[in-house]
Design a protein around this ligand. Structure first.
Ligand code: PLP
Length: 405
């Protein structure tokens, strides 16, 4: 069959593939624990349900403007003022089908073939693939010192005359790292000076623990939004646990928003008014839902840290935000794909191999789920890999004995 070379080379989403494998195992009655997916367990906030319900009941479910419903844009403008201390115009905002579409449309709108985008490892799996889909070249910068925070000099060294953007995701998926304000400030200043876009993927920006805060790049530049090269991506998937509504947005210079609007209009026409109404409800409703989720996730993180204390050989840099931990398991095996497959086969636990995030030798554990799953999941991982852990364990109602260490 003749297919597009470009499309055929796009990798399958590893998280979705692992979820599918886990679903099949569960269907066969296996006691699978999914620590792979980044999806909070909370119910949709009531304000979102009421708002989308009202829209649905109105029977007025039609095409919407390609850049978003004016009322949803208004909610984003208010959100931006409250959380970023920036007053932006409706022309600076576009609503998209999830933050994923925001990112894809940004790359599509700013890249010419062979243009480069700096991606900092560990990175979210989709960035390099999306950049390639837009004919660009991802240039990976990996911290050399075993941390998850890059040195500014290394980013600067990777920049060439073809660099169009640097993508910054802090709090970071998959490491939970939050970059220090000085680093964010240096990147922002550099991008503004050089005319390179700084794409801030802020999808986890309020999911931070203890006194850690993710400083927005906007607070570190004096430039007006229309003259700035800072682009902010956000959405309701993670902060409000509204993954299924598929609502994201971008705040950017109006010239870019105009081009992105044409791209969205020609590809998906617009965003569903029901989903937009839900997101609007979430943004305008009680924000205590975000704090409740943040506290629950922080508690889950503490459970992971507690469990990891007795995992001999594993090294973990404690996450400062998000709902992911990225332990270094090189003491057991350098090949993270082998480790993840082994953990699914022996311990019935879904994890994501670090290789997918540019961090070979690590695995990503999501702690967005229940405390029970997290405790049991990590116990099973220890049982499968760490010879100092008890060699018997129950998986479902089956007593398992470790006979490979
Ligand atoms: N950016 C990062 C870093 C993510 O982890 C995700 C989802 O996992 C997204 C963007 C996409 O968010 P959405 O579900 O709104 O498309």
């Amino acid at each position: 069959m003749r297919l597009s070379k470009l499309a055929s080379e796009i990798a399958e989403s590893p998280t979705l593939a692992l979820n599918e494998e886990a679903r099949l195992l569960r269907e066969r009655g296996e006691a699978v624990i999914n620590l792979g997916i980044g999806e909070p367990k909370n119910k949709t906030p009531i304000a979102a349900i009421l708002s989308s319900g009202a829209k649905l009941s109105s029977g007025e479910v039609k095409y919407t403007p390609p850049d978003g419903l004016p009322s949803m844009k208004k909610a984003v403008i208010r959100y931006t003022e409250e959380n970023y201390n920036r007053l932006v115009a409706p022309e600076n905002v576009i609503i998209t089908n999830g933050a994923k579409q925001s990112l894809y449309n940004i790359f599509y709108s700013i890249l010419n073939p062979q243009d480069e985008v700096i991606v900092i490892a560990p990175y979210w799996v989709s960035y390099p693939e999306m950049i390639r889909m837009c004919m660009g070249i991802p240039v990976i910068v990996t911290p050399e010192d075993g941390t998850f925070t890059p040195r500014f000099e290394d980013i600067e060294r990777a920049v060439t005359s073809s660099t169009r953007a640097i993508i910054v995701n802090s709090p970071n998926n998959p490491s939970g790292e939050i970059y220090p304000p000085e680093l964010i400030g240096k990147i922002a200043e550099f991008c503004e000076r050089k005319g390179i876009y700084m794409i801030c993927d802020d999808i986890y920006h309020k999911l931070t623990f203890d006194r850690n805060v993710a400083v927005p790049a906007y607070s570190l530049t004096k430039k007006d939004v229309d003259d700035s090269h800072i682009i902010v991506v956000n959405g309701v998937a993670k902060l409000y646990g509204m993954t299924g509504f598929r609502i994201g947005w971008v705040v950017a210079p109006r010239q870019l928003v105009k081009v992105m609007t044409n791209v969205l209009a020609q590809t998906t026409s617009c965003v569903s008014p029901i989903a937009q109404a839900a997101a609007e409800g979430a943004l305008n409703g009680l924000q205590s839902v975000v704090d409740a989720l943040r506290l629950q996730i922080q508690n889950n993180c503490e459970v992971v840290l507690q469990e990891m204390k007795t995992f001999h050989g594993a090294r973990l840099i404690p996450p400062k935000g998000t709902f992911y931990a990225l332990p270094d398991l090189r003491a057991f095996n350098n090949n993270s794909v082998e480790v993840s497959k082994f953990l699914l086969k022996k311990a019935m636990v879904v994890t994501v191999p670090g290789r997918e995030f540019g961090m070979e030798g690590h695995i990503r554990i999501s702690f967005a789920g229940s405390v029970k799953d997290i405790t049991e999941g990590v116990a099973r991982i220890k049982w499968a890999l760490d010879s100092t852990s008890p060699n018997e364990i129950y998986i479902g109602d089956k007593k398992m004995v470790r006979d490979w260490l």
